[in-house]
Design a protein around this ligand. Structure first.
Ligand code: SF4
Length: 164
C-alpha cells in the first residue's frame, strides 16, 4: 500500500501541474476526491452500498453491492419479494459513521467514513467495523488531495468549477 501511495503521489503531482495549466488529467481518483472536497461532502456511509445501489446475483438475491453478490450471509432480499427493510436497516445502521467509535476523532472521516463494507467483513468479520488497517494510507491520500485542492484554489480556482 505504501508503494501504491508513492505512485499515486507521483501521478497526483502531475495532475496538479496540468490543473494549474487548465488541462484535464485522467487520474479520476484525484478528480473524485477534489469533487467531494469542493462539494463539502461529509459522508454518513463510506459508499452507496445498500443505500443508493445494490448488487443482484444470478440467484435473484439482492446484495449490498457487487462484492457481496450471492453471499447467503449478506442478502438484503430477493428480486421476487423485494428489499427486506429490516436487514437493510441493520446493514446501514452498522455501517453508519456514528457506529464507528474509532473514527470519531479522525479528521479524514468526512471522506472515508470507515471505508469499504466488504473489506471490513473480510478483515474483521463485520461489515460495520472501521478499516483501521489502512487509516495511515487513507489519511496520506486525503492529505495529498487537500494540498492539491489548496494549490488549485490559490493558483487556478476556475479549474474547480470544471469538476463533476
Ligand atoms: S481513516 Fe481510519 S479512523 Fe479515519 S475514518 Fe477512515 S477508517 Fe476511520
Amino acid at each position: 500500500m505504501d508503494d501504491v501511495l508513492t505512485q499515486f503521489t507521483k501521478l497526483a503531482e502531475e495532475y496538479l501541474e496540468w490543473a494549474i495549466q487548465g488541462r484535464q488529467h485522467g487520474f479520476s481518483n484525484v478528480s473524485d476526491t477534489l469533487n467531494e472536497l469542493h462539494a463539502g461532502i461529509s459522508k454518513s456511509h463510506p459508499c452507496g452500498a445498500g443505500l443508493g445501489l445494490v448488487g443482484v446475483g444470478p440467484s435473484g438475491d439482492i446484495a449490498p453491492c457487487h462484492r457481496f453478490v450471492d453471499s447467503d450471509q449478506h442478502a438484503l432480499g430477493h428480486i421476487s419479494t423485494g428489499m427486506d427493510r429490516e436487514k437493510q436497516a441493520d446493514f446501514l445502521n452498522r455501517g453508519h459513521i456514528n457506529a464507528k467509535y474509532d473514527c470519531h476523532s479522525c479528521w479524514a472521516r468526512p471522506l472515508c467514513a470507515g471505508g469499504c463494507h466488504h473489506e471490513a467483513f473480510v478483515r474483521y468479520g463485520d461489515t460495520g467495523h472501521p478499516n483501521l488497517h489502512y487509516c495511515d494510507w487513507i489519511r496520506g491520500w486525503t492529505d495529498l488531495c487537500l494540498r492539491i485542492y489548496g494549490e488549485i484554489a490559490a493558483r487556478n480556482p476556475q479549474f474547480l468549477e470544471t469538476l463533476r
